[in-house]
Design a protein around this ligand. Structure first.
Ligand code: HEC
Ligand code: HEC
Ligand code: HEC
Ligand code: HEC
Ligand code: HEC
Ligand code: HEC
Length: 343
C-alpha cells in the first residue's frame, strides 16, 4: 500500500514535471529564437495566436502585396548553393544570422524566396513581438569591409549589397587579371551606394546626399510607404512601377521632406539625366579600352587598377537602379572620376 502510494505520488510528480517542462516548449516551436530569448513560460500555447490570426484580413492583404513583389514573383531564390543562398533564399539568410558566416554550410534544399519568416520573427514567441524584424544590425560591407548602418534598412542592405570581386582592384595597386565575364560587384549595390561606400574611390571630391544622414531607416523609410494599390510601396518594396519605360515613381515617402511635388519631379528628372548621361559616357570609354564587350560584359585580360576600378564603378551604378536618388553626389563623382581616370 505504502509502495503504491509512493509510486502514485511519484507518478503524479513526474507527470506534472513533464507538463511543466513540455508546456513552455510547445510555445517555442519553429525556428530557434535568438540566444537568451525564452519562451513565454506558463502561457497557453494558443492564447496569443489570435493577435495575428484574427479576422481582420490584414495578413491576407499584406500577403497579396508580397506576392506582387519581385521577392515572391522572381526566380532568383533558386540560386541555393552555399555561396549564393545567404542572400537568395530565406533559409540561407536565417542561417547566416545564426552563424555570422557569409556562406551556408550546404546547398539549401526546398529554397524559399524572402518571405514573412525571413524578415519577421514569426512563430518564435507567438506574441505581437514576433513582428519584430529578424535583423537590424549594422554590418561591414562585403566589398570593402566599410561599416554601414541603415537602421531598419540593414535588413534589406545586408542582401542588397555588392560582393567583393576577385581580384579586387586597389587604388595605386598593381594590374589585375580578369579571367571571367562574371567578374564584378554583383547585382545589388544600393546597400553600399546609399551609404556613400563601396566604390573604387579614385580622385577626390566625394560627398553624400542629405539622404544618407537624414533618413534613419533608409531603405525601409523610402521603399515601404503605404502601398499604392497593388503596384508599389508597402510589402511590394518597389518604388518605380508601370514598366521600365514608364517614369512613374511612388513619391509618398518623399513628400514629408520634398513638400513641392513639382520641384521633386524636376530634381529627380535632372538627377536621372545626369547619371544616365555619365553612365553612358563611361560605358563608351570602357568599350574603347576593350575592358567591356559590345554586349556589356567584362572582358578577360590584364588591366590597370584604374581600368578595372572604373569598370567596377560602372557595374555598381548600373545595378543601383535608383537613377541617382540613392546618393546623387557620391554616384556622380564616382562616374566623373572614373571617366577622368581612364580617358
Ligand atoms: C506575430 C503574428 C503571429 C502570431 C502571434 C502567430 N502567427 Fe501563425 N502565422 C503568422 C504569419 C505571418 C504566418 C505566415 C503566413 C504566410 O506564410 O502566408 C503564419 C502562419 C501560420 C500557419 C500556416 C502554416 C505555416 O507555418 O506557414 C499556421 C498553421 C499558424 N500560423 C498557426 C499559428 C498558431 C497555432 C499560433 C499560436 C500558437 C500562431 N500561428 C501565432 C503570424 C502569426
Ligand atoms: C534575403 C535577402 C533579401 C532581403 C532581406 C531583401 N531583399 Fe530585396 N531582393 C532580394 C533578391 C534576391 C531580389 C531579386 C529577386 C528576383 O529577381 O527573383 C530582390 C528584389 C528586390 C526588389 C526588386 C528589384 C528589381 O530588380 O525589380 C526590390 C525593390 C527590393 N528587393 C527591395 C528590398 C527592400 C526594401 C528590402 C527590405 C525591406 C529587401 N529588399 C530585403 C533579396 C533580399
Ligand atoms: C550579398 C548577397 C548576394 C549574394 C552572396 C549573391 N547574390 Fe545574387 N543577387 C543579390 C541581390 C540583392 C539581387 C537582386 C538585385 C536587384 O534586383 O536589384 C541578386 C541578383 C542576382 C541575379 C539576377 C536575378 C536573376 O535571378 O536573374 C543572378 C543571376 C544572381 N543574383 C546570381 C547569384 C549567384 C549565382 C550567386 C552565388 C554565386 C549570388 N547571386 C550570390 C544578392 C546576392
Ligand atoms: C523583405 C522583408 C519583409 C518581408 C518579406 C515581409 N515583411 Fe512585413 N515588414 C517589413 C518591414 C521592414 C516592416 C516595417 C517594420 C517597422 O517599421 O518596424 C514590416 C511591417 C509589417 C507589419 C506591421 C508590423 C507592426 O509592427 O505593426 C506587418 C503586419 C507585416 N509586416 C506582415 C508581414 C507579412 C504577413 C509578411 C509575409 C506575407 C511580411 N510582413 C513579409 C519587412 C518585411
Ligand atoms: C531617398 C529614398 C530612398 C532610399 C533611402 C532608398 N531608396 Fe531605393 N530607390 C528609391 C527610388 C525613388 C527608386 C526608383 C528610382 C527610379 O526608378 O527612377 C529606387 C530604386 C531602387 C531599386 C530598383 C528597383 C525599384 O524599386 O525601382 C532597388 C532594388 C532599391 N531602390 C533598393 C534600395 C535599398 C536596398 C535601399 C537601402 C540600402 C534603398 N533602396 C534606399 C528611393 C530610395
Ligand atoms: C528626410 C527628408 C528626405 C526624404 C524622406 C527624402 N529626401 Fe530627397 N532630399 C532631401 C534633402 C534635404 C535634399 C537636399 C536638398 C535639396 O536638393 O532639396 C534632397 C535631395 C534630393 C534629390 C537631389 C539629389 C541629391 O540627393 O542631393 C533628389 C533627386 C531627391 N532628394 C529625391 C528624393 C526622393 C525621390 C525621395 C523619396 C523616395 C526623397 N528624396 C526622400 C531630403 C529628403
Amino acid at each position: 500500500m505504502r509502495t503504491f502510494l509512493f509510486l502514485s505520488t511519484m507518478f503524479l510528480l513526474v507527470t506534472s514535471l513533464v507538463v511543466v517542462i513540455s508546456f513552455p516548449s510547445c510555445t517555442k516551436e519553429g525556428p530557434p529564437g535568438k540566444a537568451g530569448e525564452d519562451g513565454i513560460d506558463g502561457e497557453s500555447g494558443t492564447a496569443t495566436c489570435a493577435v495575428c490570426h484574427d479576422d481582420s484580413q490584414v495578413n491576407t492583404a499584406i500577403t497579396r502585396h508580397w506576392e506582387k513583389s519581385k521577392h515572391a514573383s522572381g526566380s532568383a531564390y533558386l540560386r541555393n548553393s552555399s555561396n549564393c543562398a545567404g542572400c537568395h533564399t530565406s533559409q540561407g539568410y536565417r542561417e547566416l544570422l545564426e552563424t555570422g558566416s557569409t556562406t551556408t554550410f550546404a546547398t539549401i534544399s526546398n529554397p524559399n524566396p524572402p518571405n514573412c519568416y525571413t524578415c519577421h520573427q514569426i512563430h518564435q514567441q507567438y506574441t505581437l513581438d514576433d513582428w519584430d524584424l529578424t535583423n537590424v544590425a549594422s554590418f561591414d560591407l562585403r566589398i570593402t569591409g566599410d561599416h554601414v548602418d541603415h537602421g531598419k534598412g540593414n535588413l534589406c542592405a545586408s542582401c542588397h549589397q555588392p560582393r567583393r570581386p576577385s581580384p579586387m582592384p586597389v587604388i595605386g595597386g598593381s594590374d589585375i587579371t580578369i579571367d571571367n565575364f562574371r567578374w564584378g560587384p554583383h547585382y545589388g549595390s544600393p546597400g553600399a551606394l546609399a551609404a556613400g561606400k563601396g566604390g573604387y574611390e579614385i580622385g577626390s571630391g566625394y560627398t553624400n546626399s542629405a539622404h544618407v544622414s537624414m533618413i534613419d531607416n533608409s531603405c525601409v523609410t523610402c521603399h515601404m510607404p503605404e502601398n499604392y494599390n497593388e503596384q508599389a510601396g508597402g510589402h511590394m518594396f518597389n518604388l518605380s512601377y508601370g514598366g521600365p519605360a514608364s517614369p512613374d515613381v511612388l513619391t509618398s515617402s518623399c513628400t514629408g521632406c520634398h513638400t513641392n511635388e513639382t520641384t521633386l519631379q524636376l530634381l529627380m528628372d535632372s538627377a536621372k539625366l545626369d547619371i544616365n548621361t555619365l553612365l553612358a559616357d563611361l560605358n563608351g570609354e570602357l568599350k574603347t579600352i576593350g575592358i567591356l564587350s559590345a554586349t556589356d560584359q567584362p572582358v578577360s585580360g590584364t588591366w590597370t587598377a584604374n581600368q578595372a576600378g572604373a569598370l567596377l564603378n560602372h557595374q555598381l551604378v548600373k545595378y543601383d537602379g535608383s537613377n541617382g536618388v540613392h546618393n546623387y553626389p557620391y554616384i556622380k563623382t564616382l562616374l566623373e572620376n572614373s571617366i577622368a581616370a581612364i580617358q
